[in-house]
Write a protein that binds this ligand. Structure first.
Ligand SMILES: C[C@@]1(CC(=O)O)C2=NC(=C\c3[nH]c(c(CCC(=O)O)c3CC(=O)O)Cc3[nH]c(c(CC(=O)O)c3CCC(=O)O)/C=C3\N/C(=C\2)[C@@H](CCC(=O)O)[C@]3(C)CC(=O)O)/[C@H]1CCC(=O)O
Ligand SMILES: NC(=O)c1ccc[n+]([C@@H]2O[C@H](COP(=O)([O-])OP(=O)(O)OC[C@H]3O[C@@H](n4cnc5c(N)ncnc54)[C@H](O)[C@@H]3O)[C@@H](O)[C@H]2O)c1
Length: 218
């Protein structure tokens, strides 16, 4: 089994091609749409959900078998048919064009895997078992969903604003790092949600210094 390198990829506004139109293709498509990719699905049969997304203009479907030219201009290709020989052929034509490909029936034959994902706004938690057990990856993100609830969407927004202020106001890097670490404790995140510190830069920095000081004392 391969060693995989995790990244966060920008697919927004870029063409991604999904070959196949069953439940696996639908799941990969859903993930791509969440990241605002331009999705093209190529498949003689598609699920009702994929059809609905096409009808509401969220993606384009070509209702026929895949052809080599379908992947032209794509930044990612997904081989998600129920025919191993077709998936293998898709992987070959993508590799010939140096387009990264995901292979649904044999992960190791492709260039990337899709991990299990939990989104809380800008916070993206993923788990991967490198193909050894997708059900485990799925179980782990479900467990993380309890630990990192919907409030994290707001936490991240507040944190983004706070970090921008700290970066602008605090020039010493180690000081900045210490303050930003003090800003992400559970208690601090709760506080940013309930109090509007962002309006007053000086008060915010003073509050962070106090948090840092309190932590060093304990
Ligand atoms: C995480 C998730 C993301 C997604 O698909 O969006 C995902 N599979 C999910 C679920 C799932 N898939 C399967 C089961 C049934 C139980 C089982 O077989 O174990 C379940 C569990 C379920 O349904 O509960 C069957 C299966 N999957 C693959 C094969 C072929 C093979 O073994 O290579 C077969 C056998 C097919 C057959 O028997 O013919 C391959 C892959 N599946 C991957 C991802 C990649 C590795 C992930 C990683 O470890 O990083 C990889 C390698 C390639 C890829 O697809 O990228 C999504 C969970 C979403 C969520 O719930 O959050
Ligand atoms: N990676 C995963 O997460 C995962 C999970 C379960 C199963 N699988 C594997 O993925 C495969 C697909 O699973 P599914 O449940 O979506 O199957 P499915 O039978 O629901 O769908 C297969 C789709 O492939 C299309 N297709 C067939 N030949 C084609 C061609 N030449 N060009 C384009 N499209 C074509 C069919 O029209 C159909 O829409 C399974 O056979 C299994 O091996 C992978």
């Amino acid at each position: 089994m391969s060693q995989w390198y995790p990244i966060m990829l920008k697919v927004e506004g870029r063409k991604c091609v999904v070959i196949g139109g069953g439940s696996v293709a639908q799941r990969k498509t859903a993930g791509l749409l969440e990241a605002n990719a331009i999705v093209e699905v190529i498949s003689p049969r598609v699920t009702p959900k994929l059809l609905e997304w096409a009808e509401t203009g969220r993606l384009r479907i070509r209702e026929r078998e895949a052809q080599e030219s379908d992947i032209e201009g794509a930044i990612l290709v997904f081989a998600a048919t129920d025919r191993p020989e077709i998936n293998k052929w898709v992987a070959e034509v993508a590799e010939k064009r140096a387009i990264p490909v995901n292979v649904a029936d044999d992960g190791d034959e492709g260039d990337f895997l899709v991990p299990a994902v939990l989104r809380r706004g800008k916070l993206v938690l993923t788990a991967s078992a490198s193909g050894a057990g997708p059900a485990l990856a799925s179980r782990i993100v479900k467990e993380l969903a309890d630990q990192y609830g919907p409030e994290y969407k707001e936490n991240i927004e507040a944190l983004k604003a706070i970090r921008a202020i700290v970066k602008a106001e605090v020039s010493d890097l180690s000081d900045r790092r210490a303050l930003l670490q003090a800003a992400v404790t559970d208690e601090a995140l709760e506080e940013w949600r309930s109090t509007d510190w962002i309006q007053d830069k000086d008060r915010l920095i003073a509050r962070l210094r106090q948090r840092l000081h309190d932590r060093r004392d304990t």
